[in-house]
Write a protein that binds this ligand. Structure first.
Ligand code: C2E
Ligand code: CA
Ligand code: CA
Length: 629
């Protein structure tokens, strides 16, 4: 009840936002009013001066001087109002109070001006419009709080009435009219006030909604950017630049998977609350899923993040969660969006790396990132201009009477770039996979291999099967069996000349889908090879679920071959296993005669490695005289 009354009188407590909204709307109106006043009064000065000049009589001169003072006073407060109201709107500090005072001064001068001219006209029995005009001007264009409006209107109308009545008694009809005018002005000020307040409250609600993250209620990216921008403008620690951090809750997917999305959401809310407690106020936000950003002092960053990480990990013992953070220090005026992008890149560079939880975006990361961008931006051009080239590495016979005899070649991609020189697959395969553009490269490679084979066949040179590397994604991005078949048809090549290498790690996704593809390949006469066997996760299961023609034993088993006594029995058993499952066994990475001899002794059928040849372009391979394809 009391609250209602207070609200009606305009003395209830209002949020800073609503107060500001109210003041800003008044300042805007005051600016328009001041401009109108300045223009009008200048015009009045001009026209009155003209008039007096044309009929120079003393009486007129006096009249002019008295009016002149009023006009100048009104222009002066209008200019003041214009200046202070504009400063307020530009959010210059410390002007709210001054602007409020100036607006009241402006109103006072306007009303007194109105009373003065209204009264002088009135006593002459002329119009009283100048007072009414000024009253409407001040009370209907500006918005006043109810109590203030009541006192001001009473003072203005009452003042005018008393002065006018004193000079010449105001007649009954004019009294009624004046009273009606007062009531009308007062009611208009009241309704304008309540309308402004409710507009302000609505806008505040909307503003809050669009500033909050829907799930957790903490600030979102929009409000983070706004607050961080202000914090950057006022940064006063020259020794420690501001840092934008990108925080990622690693393995949160498992939490969702284990407890469901509702619990997952609740957990995220708890995490968000924890972050809010520990990160600088208003300078942290949730930007998507389990990703957060924050602006921190780089001098305190490590300590704060460490603490957060410890607390995050303690929040659940059932899922192995970790907090990974990447950050970027703003040293050269980089924008917030650039800084948060870089922090995100730094964060993703330590994904799945168990020993890393914090990473700064530095020169090394920048050049790695630059290479990624280069690859993505230039892959189409590289294919079009022929910078993507195929290198061939011989696969030789390991068992039987002709050891070292060429049995086939593995096709390996190289990017011979005019700007960056020769790029090895490590520089671009991963990126192309990440950006789902690996199909472009692999299709280009298949085409080139088919062309090379066709050329050799055309001139009657011997040819050997070429095994081509495919990514797991290729099978999602295009119909590999159909594509290969179409190429073979175009170049009139037998499917026995193309083998498909799939890495073991590729087989962890949708098994049924891959099996379908492999069956299709088999039906069309292609062999499927299991690449990097033993390097990955699912080695033995893979063998159970898929039928491969060749098992390529990963080269890691030959590393430290001399030093590690365990290498030999492992290799021996793998070769036996491959054979028992009906696969041809091939060992990669053979670098010495000793290794080759050992592989022969255990019955491995094929070998590949630098001991025989490095991967070479077709011409060089032919020039060496040892190998054709
Ligand atoms: P990978 O299929 O296991 O290829 C064998 C890699 O080992 C090749 O590296 C080859 O140059 C290297 N190598 C061969 N013999 C030896 C040796 O005796 N010692 C040592 N230390 N290394 C040897 P490369 O050409 O850099 O290729 C790296 C990986 O990139 C390949 O591994 C393959 O997974 C991928 N890749 C290459 N070309 C393509 C392609 O056209 N398409 C796709 N999707 N992936 C490709
Ligand atoms: Ca391979
Ligand atoms: Ca391999």
């Amino acid at each position: 009840m009391l609250e209602k009354l207070k609200r009606m009188l305009g003395v209830s407590k209002k949020s800073v936002y609503v107060q500001d909204f109210f003041s800003r709307s008044n300042m805007k109106s005051a600016i328009y009013m001041a401009i109108v006043c300045i223009a009008l009064e200048l015009w009045m000065i001009y026209s009155v001066t003209q008039y007096v000049m044309s009929t120079p009589e003393t009486e007129d001169m006096e009249w002019l001087i008295s009016h002149f003072g009023w006009y100048v006073a009104l222009i002066a407060v209008s200019v003041l109002t214009l200046v202070f109201a504009s400063r307020y709107l530009k959010r210059k500090k410390g002007n709210r109070f001054t602007a409020g005072v100036i607006i009241r001064l402006f109103s006072l001068v306007s009303i007194v001006f109105g009373i003065h001219f209204g009264y002088t006209s009135f006593v002459k029995g002329q119009q009283i419009l100048s007072f009414i005009t000024m009253a409407v001007f001040v009370f209907c264009i500006l918005t006043w709080q109810p109590l203030e409006a009541f006192f001001y209107t009473v003072a203005a109308y009452g003042g005018f009435y008393l002065i006018a009545n004193h000079a010449s008694p105001v007649q009954y009809a004019d009294q009624v009219n004046l009273f009606m005018m007062w009531i009308s002005s007062f009611i208009i000020t009241l309704s304008a006030y309540f309308q402004k307040i409710s507009e302000g409250e609505k806008s505040e609600g909307l503003e809050k909604l669009s500033d909050e993250d829907m799930l957790t209620g903490i600030p979102n990216m929009r409000s983070f950017y706004r607050n961080a921008q202000e914090a950057l403008a006022e940064w006063d620690d020259p020794d420690h630049p501001p840092a934008v951090a990108f925080l990622d809750l690693e393995n949160f997917k498992s939490y969702n998977g284990k407890f469901g999305h509702r619990m997952g959401d609740e957990f995220l809310c708890k995490i968000a609350a924890l972050f809010m407690e520990n990160l600088p106020k208003g300078l942290a936000a949730r930007i998507s899923d389990d990703h957060f950003v924050a602006l921190l002092n780089s001098g305190k960053l490590e300590e704060i993040i460490w603490k957060l990480r410890e607390q995050t990990r303690m929040m659940t013992s059932e899922v192995h969660l970790d907090l990974k953070t990447g950050f970027f220090c703003i040293r050269n005026g980089e924008s917030l969006s650039v800084a948060s992008d870089r922090a995100r890149i730094a964060c993703s560079s330590i994904k799945q790396k168990n020993d890393r939880w914090l990473c700064e975006y530095d020169e090394q990361l920048a050049s790695r990132h630059e290479l990624i961008q280069y690859v993505i931006n230039n892959i189409d051009l590289a294919i079009e201009k022929g910078y993507i080239r195929v290198y061939y590495q011989p696969v030789v016979n390991c068992a039987g009477e002709h050891p070292g005899e060429l049995m086939g070649v593995e096709v390996l991609a190289r990017w011979d770039d005019p700007v960056r020189g020769l790029l090895s697959p490590a520089a671009f395969i991963g990126t192309l996979e990440e950006y789902r553009a690996i199909d472009k490269l692999d299709q280009c490679i298949v085409k080139q291999v088919c062309q090379d084979l066709r050329k050799n066949l055309d001139v009657g040179l011997p040819v050997v099967p070429c095994s081509i590397n495919f990514s797991r994604l290729d099978f999602e991005l295009f119909d590999v069996p159909a594509f290969l078949e179409a190429q073979l048809e175009q170049y009139q090549i037998s499917p026995q000349l193309l083998d498909v290498e799939i890495t073991e790690s590729a087989l962890s996704g949708n098994l049924r889908f891959l099996q379908k593809n492999m069956n299709a390949l088999r039906e069309k006469g292609f062999q499927s090879w299991l690449d990097d066997f033993g390097s990955g996760y699912s080695s033995l299961n893979t063998l159970k679920d898929f039928a491969f023609d060749v098992m390529k034993i990963d080269m890691s088993f030959l590393r430290n071959f001399d030093m590690n006594e365990k290498s030999k029995p492992i290799l021996r058993n793998m070769v036996d296993l491959g054979k028992q499952l009906g696969m041809v066994t091939l060992c990669e990475g053979v670098e010495t005669k000793e290794q080759f001899d050992f592989l022969r002794s255990i019955g491995c059928q094929r070998a590949q490695g630098y001991y025989f040849s490095k991967p070479l372009p077709l011409e060089q391979l032919k020039e060496s005289g040892k190998w054709g394809i």
